[in-house]
Write a protein that binds this ligand. Structure first.
Ligand code: ZN
Length: 345
């Protein structure tokens, strides 16, 4: 997730699926309801976490302190073959443990892109990896000999940053993952907001440039992503100057010396602020946490975003804007924490 997204993004999967009448209705899909343990594991037990991205999948076995006892990264094959690779990666990590450690691995969590139905343990759809309606829990639980939870990667990463990372101790927190796409989570009153679909936080597709905006792959005009995603920043700089840059990071790197770079980044921050204003008025988060690849820009992003938001607010307080603590590992760390807690609570 985050920095490691392929050119199309998690939430574009979701949108494509919503617009595709051929996508099966998860609510009507047959199959047993997955086991949903909600009891946190004791500290002597270990967990297996897998974070499946569009290009690579990462796995770790960790203890209660987060110490990594086994780790692996493999390429994500296209299509349903990805699930056999997930199974094999889990097998490999479990095989690397001592007998005593292996006996203490009590639960696993697999976090996936696209549309995920965690209640029925179904990977409903991913256009990135190319799967539809794959039942997960039944595949891995007998193979690994433990309960296996599944969840959406951004939901888990945002929950982890809120509960255990930069947002810990706060009840009202918005996490924004900025990368190829833009999405995140919102926690209000100490609860992570989820919809009946399990989806929330599609911040990248809030339209903010109605009059002169670019067309978004979702079909709308002027979505936040068309201005503020990594690819959009690089593209806007190239269009303005005629000079191609490899990435948005290159544009941020020359902010202080290049007025075109500053203008492009200012516009991206302005669009992101516009997109966040509605939810700030609705939910009054005390903290906005930035994660994903673009968060590597650090204070060049957090300070002007806070300033821009503060300038536009009159009746609600401006939230602080900070960087996430887990960086590109938020999905993997989140998978382990989710396995340990048993629920996104
Ligand atoms: Zn859009």
């Amino acid at each position: 997730m985050g920095t490691e997204q392929p050119p199309t993004t998690v939430h574009r999967d979701d949108l494509a699926a919503r617009m595709d009448p051929a996508v099966p209705d998860a609510a009507a899909a047959p199959g047993p309801v997955a086991q949903q343990p909600v009891t946190a594991l004791t500290d002597d037990l270990l967990v297996l976490g897998l974070d499946v991205g569009g290009t690579t999948m990462k796995g770790e076995v960790t203890d209660a302190a987060g110490t990594v006892l086994a780790a692996g990264v493999v390429a994500t094959p296209q299509g349903e073959a990805a699930f056999e690779t997930m199974g094999a990666l889990g097998d490999q990590l479990l095989a690397e443990l001592t007998d005593d450690q292996r006996d203490r691995v009590a639960r696993a969590a697999v976090v996936l892109p696209g549309i995920v139905d965690p209640v029925r343990s179904i990977a409903v759809f991913s256009s990135n990896v190319g799967w539809r309606d794959v039942h997960i829990g039944d595949r891995f639980a007998p193979r690994w000999g433990m309960p296996v939870l599944i969840e959406h990667d951004v939901a888990v990463a945002g929950w982890a940053e809120w509960r255990f990372g930069a947002g810990r101790g706060h009840d009202d927190v918005c996490v924004v993952i900025l990368g190829t796409g833009i999405s995140g989570t919102l926690s209000v009153g100490g609860r992570l907001m989820r919809s009946a679909y399990g989806q929330t936080g599609e911040y990248g597709h809030i339209p903010v440039r109605h009059a002169d905006g670019l067309r978004c792959p979702c079909g709308n005009i002027g979505c936040v992503e068309t201005v503020a995603s990594g690819a959009s920043i690089a593209r806007a700089y190239a269009k303005r100057t005629g000079h191609e840059t490899a990435s948005a990071a290159d544009v941020f790197a020359i902010l202080d010396t290049d007025s075109d770079a500053k203008a492009v980044v200012d516009e991206a921050i302005s669009a992101l602020a516009d997109g966040l204003l509605g939810l700030i008025h609705a939910a009054c988060p005390e903290l906005i946490i930035l994660g994903g690849g673009l968060a590597g820009a650090g204070s060049a992003l957090t300070e002007p975003l806070h300033h821009t938001i503060a300038e536009r607010l009159r009746v609600v307080p401006a939230p602080r804007v900070v960087l996430g603590e887990f960086g590109a590992r938020a999905g993997l760390i989140g998978a382990a924490l989710f396995a340990r807690q048993g629920a996104l609570i």
